[in-house]
Design a protein around this ligand. Sequence first.
Ligand code: ATP
Ligand code: MG
Length: 437
Amino acid sequence: MIDKVPTPTANKLTAVKGMNDLLPPDSATVEWLEAKVRGLMARFAYRNIRTPIVERTPLFVRGLGEVTDIVEKEMYCFDDRLNGDPLTLRPEATAGVVRAAIEHSLLYDGGKRLYYMGPMFRHERPQKGRYRQFDQIGAEALGFPGADVDAELILMATALWAEIGLTDVRLELNSLGQPPERLAHRQALIAYLEQNIALLDEEARRRLHSNPLRILDTKNPHMQSLVNAAPKLLDFLGEASLAHFSTLKAILDANGVAYTVNPRLVRGMDYYNLTVFEFTTDRLGSQGTVCAGGRYDYLFEQLGGKPTPAIGWALGVDRVLELAKTAGRLGTAAPLDAYAIVTDVAAMPMVLSTLQALRNSGISVQMHASSADGMGSMKSQFKRADTSGARYALIFGTDEVASQQVTVKPLRDAGTAQVTRSLADLAAWAPTLQSCV
Ligand code: ATP
Ligand code: MG
């Protein structure tokens, strides 16, 4: 129901800034990555969850924290025009996954390992590697308190980098400890920052008392030496938190996973505790974080559920693909097996049933579609067949159609002769269309 048509700002209807169309052949690279991820998740026993793209706004305000970049300035919020409910396009998926887990008592019979893929929305300044609609792939392990699961998630990400051929990815680790440890650190940090108030930028001053930890995450180059010398959270951790961190590091060491401990690593959302980590690269300029995650043992309670330990990560699909591209490892669409060339439109019923049989036996085949004045010349059809990338042309000429046959002509190897095949024994020769020419 559109009761008021908004005044157009331009005559042309174009995509919204920062929200990109993904066109073929580029879309094949995303499908390639998604297929790799599906296989990987299955091998690690993570199962797919699909939550809505629109959630109630308070989910993110309560889940991510009021004083975060996302909630303060990046969310696409709107009121449901019929009942006025405040709604938001999801800026990330963890809050929605936890909401769904609580709503459906998903953990009634124990922990759950889940993964998702899909679009997220953040009103940021669009630039390379940073968009307003972007795809994330994420994994969440719900209901497991131990550092072994932290390690499992990190190992799963490193297995993905290996599988898609990424070598220039570094792992940075930190522990944010538990709330009382963070509180003690927070007090020391505020005292330190107050002593240096003259060196803080406007945003840092605003966050000094509301979210001082986030000041350590500043991208302002003038504040780097100040934050480098700030009290470190790692120095405030108690025995249990340190033990959790050491267990994780020992498992990573045993698996030959290299990492650096970055005591300044904090994450953009408030919900993290203990383990936090990021996979970064130097190859993508300032948008160098390809995957990030951490433990969020208090998020269930914050969203009205029972206390439930949990941890997860999310990767930026655009950044991972860009990196795979620089490494020359980007997957592409599978080549087309065959292109059907037809001289007479009257043969179409027979042609389509032949193509149907071929497709049922796993052959990919593109049909030359008729136009208003028929099928077009053989020459133009062969041209299309060539640009389609197909390895074979299937020629349904007058003679072939009359004798219930088809001529199979290799398009990629001039030295190989064409053969005429009988449609009656299609099942026998169909597989040869998939063998290399
Ligand atoms: P950044 O510091 O780059 O803003 P972030 O901490 O906001 O990242 P997360 O919320 O942890 O990012 O999201 C996980 C991953 O999703 C990031 O590491 C990145 O690869 C990707 N990502 C985040 N925001 C965007 C965006 N606007 N466009 C494209 N990818 C993004
Ligand atoms: Mg961000």
